[in-house]
Design a protein around this ligand. Sequence first.
Ligand SMILES: Cc1cc2nc3c(=O)[nH]c(=O)nc-3n(C[C@H](O)[C@H](O)[C@H](O)COP(=O)(O)OP(=O)(O)OC[C@H]3O[C@@H](n4cnc5c(N)ncnc54)[C@H](O)[C@@H]3O)c2cc1C
Length: 414
Amino acid sequence: MSTTLAARSDEYLPRDTADVVRTVRDSRPQRLTVRGGERSEDEFPLPDRRVVLSLRRMNRVQAVDADARLVRVQAGARLSDVDRTLAAHGLGLPIVGDHREITAGGFAAVGGLSAASHRYGMFSDNVVSLEYVDPDGRFGTCGRTHNAEHFRRILGGAGRTGIITALTLEAVEVDKDRTWLTSDGHRFLDFDTFVEHSHAEITRPGDALLQVGRWVDTSPLRAALPVGTGSVQLGTVRFGQWSSLHPTAATPSLRARRELGSRARKGLGAIASAASGRAAMPVRNAAAGALMFSPKVMTLRDAEFLADTVISSTERGPALRIAVFAPLSTYTSTLHRLHDLLTDHRERSGYFTVISAMTYGVRSPYLHELAGEDHGFITFTCRLRPAGSNTDALIRDVESGVDEICRNERARRY
Ligand SMILES: Cc1cc2nc3c(=O)[nH]c(=O)nc-3n(C[C@H](O)[C@H](O)[C@H](O)COP(=O)(O)OP(=O)(O)OC[C@H]3O[C@@H](n4cnc5c(N)ncnc54)[C@H](O)[C@@H]3O)c2cc1C
């Protein structure tokens, strides 16, 4: 087999589609775990130590058709690299993930959303056609206009329905380094107003190129009193922000502010990444807080990777994540009910600490076809207290509550 075996004995690194076909056939009946890029075992543990097939060496941008605004890439191409190549043609990807390592195949396989989804839907909505290798090692092609049913099964199939080896993607005309955005930010101290505002912005985004709402709700903070006298409860911190980023003209003073802001965020990201020991959590929380108050001006490219500068260094520790697409007609009730479910659980069980939410609009032709309307994306992250004894039962309970809300509100799990 010409497939290269990586330093780790359980990882294959094919160089082309023929290599993928051979690897899948030779591995049968064993099922391979597909990966887009490189991930450490700590970050992404393998279920029962399966053999991994990583597409990271199939990372070429193969052709750009500037007139048709199309780009053909191998599945392991990083979206940040594809976007850089497109920039030379005055083009860019409408949807990119929030960190630079995400690959085209990996993102298409999960659907892929971003703060531009209120304009451009999911990453998978922007895939025109693809090549794949099925679980039996057969090569095939599919697209919007041929094998459309299979196309849909592979997009969002998370690698279970076939390994994507190459994709043709739609691009848009944009100069991400010279498109300046100004942030129209609103802050909230109560959840009801945050929900109302989010719904209004998702329904009528105006000319916003990016939009995102974030809500944070800590568990009651306790302060220790001098030895032997116990602790006092200081109450819960709750706040939210909605940011819509609109195009603006670049001026020298905006450029200077952008430079200052971007240096400060990078510095904060580096400090948060390096933080360890007892000081680590407050530093990371401060970094996440800084993200809530995102800068007033920046370029579109800065804004797309804003989270990468700070958040990736803060997202550590066990957490329960719930993500749903809610039709706009039931968006506010879905958001309220999910919030109530999670905060009630925290009160009863004490297993969650910080509960945070992120939300934005999704105008996906695929979802629109299924539901007859546009959607809001809602994701909740609940930090788990370490060493909770009955965590599995708790998670099952939460999951079934979420499923019931989705059934009643016609929402879909992501
Ligand atoms: C369900 C889910 C949804 C996510 N949604 C978003 C999001 O909307 N926005 C965002 O910024 N981040 C999202 N993430 C986090 C992360 O950014 C994405 O998982 C992203 O796709 C990771 O890219 P990757 O190239 O490293 O893929 P990996 O993390 O290696 O793989 C992601 C999934 O895709 C499969 N896969 C990878 N490559 C291929 C391929 N070539 N063919 C077929 N299947 C493949 C994998 O088996 C795995 O199931 C999501 C994560 C998950 C698990």
